[in-house]
Ligand binder design. Structure first.
Ligand code: PGA
Length: 255
């Protein structure tokens, strides 16, 4: 398997944006624009938007994801949401270990791993995020860091379970900043992630894993980014809040 046969996935990450009514409106606007997609189309939305998003996406090629999941099955964890709750709601994907969660909410490589295990054990596809800060890049740690984060996130995940894992390489310095990694930097970062997977699971398995790029991917730069051999689609923040821009990105990944 190689890029030609790997499934490209374009996933929106709405972050803390859109009310349920706004989610319905945006998905209704997007549906006809992405109907011809030749890649998977996913929208990861705030928990409270999930029922409205699933209802609005019914009968379309848009699948709905969440932006986080707790690692315990149930219990005294005020404010948290379990994998079982997401599955019953009709969610198929979940973003795990986004750098904003690592930065602002104390997410560690260990909790990223526990959440990833909980997600795939429940039958969800985990979109696991890794990425270096600008300081780490400038110190020359990008490869070491990306490989470490990838291996930590996938601890105790079997080769079979990797089918339900997407890794998103998101350089922290490129998220929400308007500074996109060059296509070469994106390809290189995704390549490090693929090498890390190969070091644990073997090259053949690593070739089957969808690895997205994320960080200021937009309607203008998507073409060049998704054309790279190691870039199997993208995790899109800001541009996933605009139906037309998101549709252009989906089109780029459908070529
Ligand atoms: P951005 O966000 O596209 O707004 O940079 C990407 C992400 O955080 O997943």
């Amino acid at each position: 398997m190689n890029k030609a046969t790997r499934q490209a996935v374009i996933a929106g990450n709405w972050k803390m944006n859109k009310t349920p009514a706004q989610a319905t409106a945006l998905i209704n606007e997007m549906k006809p624009l992405v109907a011809e997609a030749d890649c998977k189309v996913v929208l990861c939305v705030p928990f409270i938007d999930i029922p409205a998003a699933i209802e609005a996406a019914k009968g379309s090629n848009i699948e709905i994801g969440a932006e986080n999941v707790h690692f315990k099955a149930n219990g005294a964890y005020t404010g948290e949401i379990s994998a079982e709750m997401l599955v019953e709601a009709g969610v198929k994907y979940v973003v795990i270990g986004h750098s904003e969660r690592r930065q602002y909410f104390g997410e560690t490589d260990q909790t990223v791993n526990l959440r990833t295990l909980a997600a795939v054990n429940a039958g969800l596809t985990a979109i696991v995020c890794v990425g270096e800060t600008l300081e780490q890049r400038e110190l020359g740690y990008t490869e070491t860091l990306l490989k470490f984060q990838t291996k930590m996130a996938l601890t105790n995940i079997s080769a079979e379970q990797l089918k339900n894992i997407i890794v998103a390489y998101e350089p922290v310095w490129a998220i929400g900043t308007g500074v996109t990694a060059t296509a070469e930097q994106a390809d290189e970062g995704n390549g490090f992630v693929r090498e890390a997977i190969a070091e644990v699971y073997g090259k053949e398995v690593a070739e089957t894993v969808t690895i997205q790029y994320g960080g200021s991917m937009n309607a203008k730069n998507a073409d060049e980014l998704v054309a790279k051999v190691n870039v199997d689609g993208g995790l899109i923040g800001g541009a996933s809040l605009k139906a037309e821009d998101f549709a252009v990105i989906v089109k780029a990944a459908s070529k």
